[in-house]
Design a protein around this ligand. Structure first.
Ligand SMILES: CC(C)(COP(=O)(O)OP(=O)(O)OC[C@H]1O[C@@H](n2cnc3c(N)ncnc32)[C@H](O)[C@@H]1OP(=O)(O)O)[C@@H](O)C(=O)NCCC(=O)NCCS
Length: 323
């Protein structure tokens, strides 16, 4: 008997405020055309004043619980992937736990920047497969608008706010690649590259700081590392790229997304793309794309999905699952 972590619910939340590229033309030396052509981004959502990451996460969690047809008190673990938690502590996860009225189980945050949701999924899978949890809410939620330097045109046009969530449940499988659920995970980090994407502040530095990025350097690592981890995850699952129905990549830049798909030998018709509407929402981007992909009718039950992400650290990884 093999226990699999199967997705039984998905949902997302995007803040009301939509900011089109053209709005940046008023304050920065930039154009809609530059942002579109270099990144694929057309618009992004920004949280309202006072709206926090746990607010966004709670709304996405409620949508995922409703989709699964379950209540929060039946969930025994809650993980939030985020680099922009409301407070230094407690975790955003415990705040969401309280908002949902979940008084049992345990909740914690995972911080692996844009790879955070992949890391959270790998953690959730390990908890389920080892029998430590049966039903887990896995949420990716961010308010990157709070760490933008609005005078830095090389970064502030690229990021957005949002949240997405999955319900994962322990289900008995046959132990083959035909099983629904997570089939493999693959994680990496290499702190030698910590200076190419980071926030120049933090608790022990005693300031919040702003996101800093050497865009070209990040780009240089991204396609190669993403294709490599996705290939490894597929090998671990015993599948080839021809069997993949959908690639759900981290939504940072359309050129990284298409470059990686090309390296994997997968046509863009099999890639879920939301970067044009969301920008880079860091740890929220994959669950947002999964939720939107399902709502669009792209991802269906039984489909084979490969997700991949890279971000600050550098940290990167991939998860293969059958939806
Ligand atoms: C940031 C990124 C879009 C820049 O695209 P690029 O093609 O590499 O552009 P460059 O960095 O070469 O910049 C070219 C020029 O555009 C300028 N530029 C930067 N941002 C600009 C903007 N918003 N509008 C107009 N010009 C801009 C630069 O200053 C540079 O000008 P210069 O040649 O006079 O110095 C790209 O490097 C990228 O997407 N990198 C990966 C970033 C990412 O995805 N990070 C998150 C990973 S989780």
């Amino acid at each position: 008997m093999t226990i699999r972590a199967v997705v039984t619910g998905v949902g997302h939340y995007l803040p009301d405020r939509v900011v089109e590229n053209a709005e940046f033309e008023k304050t920065l030396e930039t154009t809609d055309d530059w942002i579109r052509s270099r990144s694929g981004i057309e618009r992004r959502h920004f949280a309202a004043e006072g709206q926090t990451t746990s607010d966004l996460a709670t709304r996405a969690a409620r949508a995922a619980l409703a989709d699964a047809g379950i209540t929060a008190d039946s969930v025994d673990a809650l993980i939030v992937a985020t680099s922009t938690a409301d407070l230094t502590f407690p975790s955003a996860a415990t705040m969401v736990q309280a908002e949902l009225g979940m008084t049992t189980g345990f909740a914690f945050d995972v911080q692996a920047v844009c790879a955070g949701f992949i890391y959270a999924l790998a953690n959730a899978n390990a908890l389920i497969v080892s029998g430590q949890a049966k039903r887990i809410l896995v949420i990716g939620a961010e308010t990157f608008s709070r760490i933008m330097d609005w005078t830095d045109r090389g970064t502030c046009v690229l990021f957005g706010d949002g949240a997405g969530a999955l319900v994962l449940e322990a289900v008995e499988g046959a132990g083959t690649k035909a099983d629904r659920g997570i089939l493999s995970t693959d994680l990496h980090s290499d702190g030698r590259f910590r200076d190419i994407l980071y926030v120049d502040g933090g608790v022990s530095k005693q300031n919040t700081g702003f996101l800093r990025m050497q865009g070209k350097e990040v780009f240089r690592h991204a396609v190669e590392k993403l294709a490599s981890t996705a290939t490894t995850a597929m090998e671990k699952a015993g599948i080839t790229s021809e069997e993949i129905d959908w690639v759900v990549p981290h939504q940072a830049n359309i050129r990284i997304i298409s470059g990686t798909a090309k390296k994997l030998g997968l046509p863009m018709e099999r890639v879920v793309v939301t970067v044009q509407d969301h920008g880079n929402t860091s740890a929220a981007s994959i669950p947002l794309a999964l939720s939107v992909g399902k709502a669009r009718g792209q991802i269906k039950s039984g489909d084979l999905v490969v997700t991949e992400a890279i971000g600050g650290g550098l940290a990167w990884g991939s998860v293969v699952l059958r939806w």
